[in-house]
Each structure stands twice: as structure tokens, then as C-alpha cells.
Design a protein around this ligand. Structure first.
Ligand code: ADE
Length: 362
């Protein structure tokens, strides 16, 4: 088997917590040799009968802080590939973990460093005090070769551990959200899954993660499958229209609208096209302009209006009055001006917004 694309090592005092890494997609990636996972019990590096890993905080206060004398050697060994406990199968593997001193002779795994930055493994330290973990990090880290996770419990790990670890690692303290967990283990599962699913071969369909929520800075819209009608609820008709362009446009609109409703902060940062702005801001309008006896060609007017950001559904003439109904994101007076320009008539007019609602008040 060729060497895996990514090796993950996790140091924790609760190794069983990391069992889910062996299941489903990650277990499959391990079996396929794409991923290698080592889970290490921090207590293997603890001294004395009690194998104590923590001590009261200097300066006093509640809780316990994890000791540097335990973490230091653990991270040294793992950086050098001296700690075993390979998870190379998706099967349960409970009591077969070798102690670090049993495997001290194991040859280091050769890492093919690709550039200056990469010759050190990445050490990720989950902590609510870290920088927020994002999809962008997941994408970048899916290209790493070796990621080590240091799971803290209690009040955290003595900070000097990370200062010292900079000699052997690129160290990043990361948070998975603005809430406090008991320890870093669950955060490791979250980060490991987000990262490994982006490695080619781990997800069958390479396109599926390009459309993920966050990949383009927006949330994904809703999804539907068969049957078309379920418990009296119909799936949106456009999805069974067979018109791919319409389906794409509908999906984009849903994605934009969900993002605006749920995460307006993301929308502010997203790169939006004119079409996107139209989808977000357009409302139904009706414009009336006085065209006198001027000849009006509806097709030309429609084209000119589209260019100006006003999509006309209906264009009707009654004597000197031309009525246009459609959708636009333009301000009402701007919409009137655009219609007047499109017909070459400047004698005045007016636009009403949201006419559909005005006509059928509920
Ligand atoms: N450990 C405890 N809470 C955490 C969080 N929100 N993110 C990452 N690690 C943590």
C-alpha cells in the first residue's frame, strides 16, 4: 500500500472518544490507505503510580491545568514518529494499543515535505480560545501530510507546551464555535471529518463538496428527492422541469435567500454578481409611462429593460399609456426613468412597487 495522503495523530486522555474516526467515510479512507490515524493515550507519557497529567493552576483559581512535563515528551515522540497506535483498519481496536516505550524503536514515517512551510507537521490545539475553524481551514488542511491534535481537558494545557512545540510543529489554536465543550476530543472529530472529506478519493463525487455550504461563501439551499408530492407537500416544480438553467438559477436564488435570512454576515462578504443582486432585491413592479403617439416595439423595450436591470413580464399599451409589469431591484423612480428611456419617451410616468401584493391584500 502506498503511504497515506494524510496522517492524523491525536493525543488525549480519552482515546475511546476518538473511536468514531474509524466509522463510515473515515473508516473507509483508512481501509483504502488514503488516511492513517494514530490515537495516543497521554497517560502513556505520565510518570509515577498515579500517572497524573494535571496540576492546580499557578496563581490559583478553579480547575486543573495539564502539565508540560507530560505533554512535551508526548509531542516530541509523535513529531518524530516514535509513537505507535496505528489505526489502519476500520475495525474496533481497543486493547491492542502499544505503549510508547514499547514502540520507541519504530522508524519514523517519511514525510515528503513539499515546501519550506510544510517540513513541520501541523499541531492543532482545539480550544474555545482559538481562532475560529472555517471551511477555508478545512480546505487548506486537507492538503497537509501530517496533522497532530492535542486534546486538552480541564482548564487547558500549560501554554509553554505550545511555545516549545513551535520548534517541531506549526502550531494553531482553533475553536469550533462560541461555546465551551468539556475537552478538545469532539472538536477533533469535527475538524478531522471536515478536513478528510475534502481529500480526493474520500468522497466519491468530487463535485459534491464544491457546492458545499461555505465553499462559495454562501449557505446551500434546500434539497428534495422523489416522490414529487409527499404527504400533500409538493417539491418545487422547477426541479422536475428538466430545464437545467432554471434549476441552477433557482438553487442560486434559494442559496442567496437562505444566507440572507440565516447568516447576513456571510452575504456581506460574498462576491455577488448583478444576477445575484437581482435575485435578492428584485420585487414586482408596475410602471406606467406616457408615450404619446410614439411607436413602441415591445421586444426592443424588453431587451433594453433587461439590460438596465428591469425584467418585464408584460408590456401593454392603452392609447398613450404604456404599462410594463415585471421585476426589478431598482428604486421606483429609477425604474420609471429606465422604462421611459427604453421607449424613448420623457413625458413622465410612475412606478408602483409590490403591485402583486397591492392587488391582492391578505
Ligand atoms: N474545547 C472546548 N471547547 C471548545 C471549542 N468550542 N472549540 C474547540 N475546542 C474546544
Amino acid at each position: 500500500m502506498s503511504s497515506p495522503k494524510l496522517r492524523l495523530d491525536v493525543v488525549t486522555i480519552f482515546p475511546e472518544y476518538l473511536d468514531p474516526l474509524r466509522h463510515a467515510l473515515l473508516g473507509k479512507a483508512i481501509e483504502q490507505g488514503i488516511l492513517a490515524v494514530g490515537v495516543h493515550d497521554l497517560r502513556d507519557w505520565a510518570a509515577g503510580n498515579h500517572k497524573s497529567v494535571d496540576a492546580p493552576p499557578l496563581g490559583g483559581g478553579p480547575g486543573m491545568v495539564m502539565k508540560p512535563e507530560v505533554w512535551g515528551p508526548a509531542l516530541d515522540d509523535i513529531a518524530q514518529g516514535r509513537a505507535g497506535a496505528e489505526l489502519d483498519s476500520a475495525e474496533a481496536h481497543r486493547n491492542d494499543r502499544l505503549r510508547h516505550d514499547d514502540v520507541a524503536q519504530v522508524a519514523p514515517r517519511p514525510y515528503e515535505a513539499q515546501d519550506e512551510d510544510r517540513d513541520k507537521p501541523l499541531l492543532l490545539v482545539p480550544t474555545p480560545a482559538g481562532t475560529p475553524f472555517t471551511q477555508r481551514d478545512a480546505q487548506a488542511w486537507s492538503r497537509e501530510e501530517h496533522i497532530v491534535f492535542a486534546c486538552g481537558r480541564y482548564e487547558g494545557i500549560d501554554q509553554r507546551v505550545f511555545e516549545d512545540a513551535e520548534k517541531k510543529y506549526r502550531v494553531r489554536e482553533v475553536s469550533i464555535g462560541d461555546y465551551v465543550l468539556i475537552g478538545g476530543e469532539v472538536a477533533v472529530l469535527v475538524i478531522a471529518e471536515a478536513v478528510t472529506r475534502l481529500i480526493p478519493g474520500v468522497l466519491g463525487n468530487t463535485e459534491s463538496h464544491e457546492e458545499d455550504s461555505f465553499s462559495d461563501g454562501l449557505l446551500e439551499g434546500p434539497s428534495y428527492t422523489k416522490p414529487r408530492v409527499w404527504r400533500g407537500l409538493e417539491a418545487p416544480a422547477v426541479l422536475t422541469s428538466g430545464d437545467h438553467k432554471k434549476v441552477e438559477a433557482w438553487r442560486r436564488e434559494q442559496s442567496l435567500k437562505r444566507t440572507r435570512a440565516v447568516r447576513p454576515d456571510l452575504l456581506e462578504r460574498a462576491a455577488l454578481s448583478d444576477d445575484d443582486r437581482f435575485m435578492l432585491d428584485a420585487r414586482e413592479v408596475e410602471t406606467r409611462v406616457d408615450v404619446g403617439d410614439k411607436r413602441v416595439v415591445a421586444k426592443q423595450v424588453r431587451r433594453a429593460l433587461k439590460k438596465a436591470g428591469y425584467r418585464a413580464d408584460r408590456i401593454e399599451r392603452d392609447g398613450a399609456t404604456l404599462t410594463v409589469r415585471g421585476r426589478t431591484a431598482l428604486a421606483l423612480d429609477e425604474a420609471t426613468r429606465v422604462v421611459a428611456n427604453a421607449v424613448g419617451a420623457y413625458e413622465g410616468g410612475d412606478t408602483l412597487g409590490n403591485f402583486a401584493r397591492l392587488e391582492s391584500p391578505e
